[in-house]
Design a protein around this ligand. Structure first.
Ligand code: ATP
Ligand code: FE2
Length: 328
């Protein structure tokens, strides 16, 4: 069975095509700005503009035509209403024009399921999902995907990107902050905010911004200290979730997980507790259509269907709102 998945929760418009467990295509086009954050309506305009070409490229890469596709999946949640609507609209149109079944899926769960697909031995992981907008620790427990810890304010990527803009080093900030951090080993103490199982980055951002403005610190030292602090916070919560659930696998997801220092720290934490760390290749860490297609296939096989009249978006759906009937 072949599924075409459309991703549009935020700044990425992606189309992935998956046949059984084989990714035939995974094409994306990112909306980006030089200054300021994402304006949802502008990102949506971008998605409308690139929709046809991304779809065409994916079909070409997979050597397929739309008639060969058996199922259309789209990310229905969570995300920006403006951009989600474009993906849902495209999916609905394709499903109706080509008489294909449709399935709406949850983006956060897709990050976890693509990891289980890519690493068959990774059966029941705790997912540390860190992207621009999202920072969550998710695991399957009691028949649902539950959030064990999350950010109380901004996402880790958001912190990184905002601080990078503050330093004037551009967007996206992640790779640039990582490059600067690698030039330092001087740790400056920063607010370390873990509250129960949750983390908070807002105060840290204000603190870092003040430090940068004071001119008393080297940019490299600030970037290094930022990374060490937030990655330690994220892994503390992930480790506690693993201990609480008795799980022995940690899976990374989201654009921030491209960071090699985070991967190194995650690997070390897992080694120390006799667990295994799984890091998908970059195209599957960041937002992508293939993970949407794969979750679509899983859900469809379990008998789930989305009728056109129900093919709405759910910008605020939480992972534990989703009924999971595709796992035993
Ligand atoms: P979502 O809708 O899932 O929140 P998103 O639009 O933020 O997704 P992603 O592609 O998953 O998209 O993540 C982008 C984020 O990843 C940006 O904040 C970017 O700075 C960050 N990032 C990318 N590479 C790195 C890196 N090497 N180190 C740290 N952060 C990184
Ligand atoms: Fe994501």
């Amino acid at each position: 069975m072949i599924c075409l998945g459309i991703e549009s929760t935020a700044h990425t418009f992606g189309v992935g095509i998956v046949k059984d467990k084989i990714v035939l295509a995974n094409v994306k086009d990112l909306f980006s700005t030089d200054t300021g954050g994402i304006i949802p309506s502008k990102a949506a305009e971008h998605h409308v503009e690139v929709c046809d070409s991304v779809l065409d490229s994916a079909l070409r890469e997979a050597h397929l035509q739309l008639k060969d596709v058996n199922l259309i999946a789209y990310s229905r949640a969570p995300g920006l209403g403006h951009t989600l609507k474009i993906g849902a609209f495209a999916a609905r149109t394709l499903a109706q024009l080509h008489h294909k079944p449709l399935i709406g899926v949850n983006h956060c769960i897709a990050h976890l399921e693509i990891g289980r697909m890519l690493f068959p031995e990774c059966k029941d992981p705790v997912l540390l999902y860190v992207s621009g907008a999202n920072t969550q620790v998710i695991a399957y427990e009691g028949g649902k995907y539950r959030i064990f810890g999350e950010t109380l304010d901004i996402g880790a990527g958001n912190l990184i990107d905002t601080f990078a803009r503050e330093l004037g080093i551009g967007f996206p900030g992640g790779p640039k902050i990582e490059a600067m951090a690698s030039k330092s080993h001087s740790y400056i103490e920063l607010p370390y905010v873990v509250k129960g199982m949750d983390v908070s980055f807002g105060g840290l951002l204000t603190h870092l911004t003040k430090m940068a403005k004071s001119g008393r610190y080297k940019k490299e030292d600030l970037c290094y200290s930022l990374q060490e602090t937030i990655f330690a916070m994220l892994l503390e919560v992930s480790e506690r979730a693993m201990a609480h659930c008795g799980k022995k696998e940690l899976l990374l997801g989201g654009g921030v997980a491209c960071n090699s220092r985070l991967q190194e720290m995650a690997e070390k934490m897992c080694q120390e507790r006799g667990a295994k760390c799984y890091v998908p290749e970059k195209q599957f860490l960041v937002d992508n259509g293939a993970m949407i297609a794969w979750l679509g296939l899983l859900m469809h096989k379990a008998g789930n269907r989305t009728q056109i009249k129900d093919s709405i978006i759910k910008p605020y759906e939480r992972t534990d709102d989703v009924k999971v009937n595709w796992r035993q």
